[in-house]
Design a protein around this ligand. Structure first.
Ligand SMILES: Cc1cc2nc3c(=O)[nH]c(=O)nc-3n(C[C@H](O)[C@H](O)[C@H](O)COP(=O)(O)OP(=O)(O)OC[C@H]3O[C@@H](n4cnc5c(N)ncnc54)[C@H](O)[C@@H]3O)c2cc1C
Length: 371
């Protein structure tokens, strides 16, 4: 039998959330090894999103999404300033395209305030035309504290902190399965140099892979695992100049925030993500989906020219509630008490706003595991 490597903490998954968790634990003085299946960190959902720093408007008050988005946003802006991570507090407009949607904006303003987002305001069509002359609407909600970020530079900064506090990141190391021992977990790790690890704490931050890892741990109570659903979101990029300097959102659709205009830090515009409930993971963008994009975008930007959109990329939302349940659902962050094992913590359904909330999610995990 091969030798077993004994470790203190293992974080599984090197996306933005796993890196934030490993950083938090390393700063707290724990010995941390992060295992990532892929040859690089951050190449799955953390590379396939809108890179928006969300303010925290939409989520039900009291939900983890609301709490951790607002707390995470404050921490993220502070960290970006401190570490010179490229970002821009460009602001966003949620646009009502008809009178019925204005009532939604009023509700959203109340929701935002209840969540502790107190800088939003409603504007009428005239002010909207003054702020963003190419965007049309009956009214809009202005969110000044929404922004955009270079998520890869953020992840690089997390890695610098992990390594500065003695943590290690091991790539090409898929966790294949494991076994719960009385107060530790034995993991089988594949890759070129397969190894057996015994860890006093395992944090499963494997994103879309979180369910498979929990499912492969013999002795784990499966009842603690939430449902698993996938909602794919496609993006189309715009050739030519962006029609606005702020992010432009329609009112949300079930499962997502609606086909919105986001900008990258170079000012290039892209639209998306839409919502498609799927059973399997693939990242192809079907060019035929463009028809629906043109229709959705022209509700707030009527001058969008035919042929201006090109298929760009897609991402997959890990969801704990499916379309029958309304497609919402909160983050599920389980410490040892909730997983039912003293050495196991697991995160499920870390979809948007997981990037914004990453530092607050990590802080919560740290508290749950007593770091
Ligand atoms: C379309 C879309 C748009 C979004 N837009 C935004 C946004 O604008 N703002 C925002 O705040 N959030 C946004 N999000 C959410 C955000 O992208 C995610 O919450 C975040 O990236 C999740 O990070 P993660 O580390 O949990 O997952 P991931 O980035 O998926 O990382 C998980 C890692 O685990 C690894 N892994 C999986 N299985 C194993 C295994 N067995 N062994 C070892 N490693 C394994 C994977 O290779 C991967 O690197 C969006 C999400 C989507 C899908």
């Amino acid at each position: 039998m091969s030798e077993v490597l004994e470790l203190d903490c293992v974080v599984v998954g090197g996306g933005v959330v796993g890196l934030a968790v490993a950083r938090e634990l390393a700063i707290a003085g724990r010995e941390v090894v992060l295992l990532e299946a892929e040859p690089i960190t951050g190449s799955i959902t953390s590379s396939r999103n809108s890179e928006v720093i969300h303010a925290g408007l939409y989520y039900p008050t009291g939900s983890l999404k609301a709490e951790l988005c607002v707390a995470g946003r404050h921490r993220l802006y502070g960290y970006c300033d401190e570490r010179h991570i490229p970002h821009r507090r460009c602001g966003k407009l949620v646009v009502a395209s008809n009178e019925a949607e204005v009532a939604y904006l009023e509700k959203l303003l109340k929701q935002a305030k209840a969540n502790g987002v107190d800088d939003c305001r409603l504007i009428d069509a005239t002010e909207l035309a003054r702020l963003e002359p190419r965007i049309r609407g009956f009214a809009a909600l202005v969110s000044p504290s929404t922004g955009i970020i270079d998520s890869h530079r953020l992840m690089e900064a997390y890695i610098v902190d992990i390594e500065a506090h003695g943590g290690a990141i091991v790539l090409n190391s898929p966790v294949l399965g494991g076994e719960l021992l009385s107060d530790a977990i034995r993991l089988s790790v594949g890759g070129r140099d397969p190894v057996e690890i015994e860890a006093r704490l395992v944090v499963n931050a494997a994103g879309l892979g979180a369910w498979a890892i929990s499912g492969s741990l013999s002795g784990l109570d499966r009842k603690a695992m939430p449902e698993r659903h996938y909602a794919k979101g496609c993006y189309f990029s715009l050739s030519g100049r962006a029609p606005a300097g702020r992010l432009i959102y329609p009112v949300p659709e079930p499962g997502g925030l609606g086909v919105h205009l986001t900008l990258d830090l170079a000012g290039q515009a892209r639209f998306g993500p839409d919502v498609e409930w799927v059973e399997t993971i693939d990242y192809d963008v079907d060019p035929r989906r463009a028809d629906k994009f043109y229709a959705a975008i022209r509700r707030y930007w009527p001058d969008l020219a035919d042929g201006a959109l090109q298929p760009a990329y897609s991402g997959m939302r890990p969801k704990v509630v499916g379309p029958e349940g309304g497609g919402g659902g909160d983050f599920v962050i389980q410490g040892p008490e909730a997983t039912g094992h003293p050495a196991y913590a697991a995160l499920y359904g870390i979809e948007s706003p997981g990037l914004t909330a990453s530092m607050a999610i990590a802080e919560r995990v740290g508290r749950l595991v007593g770091a």
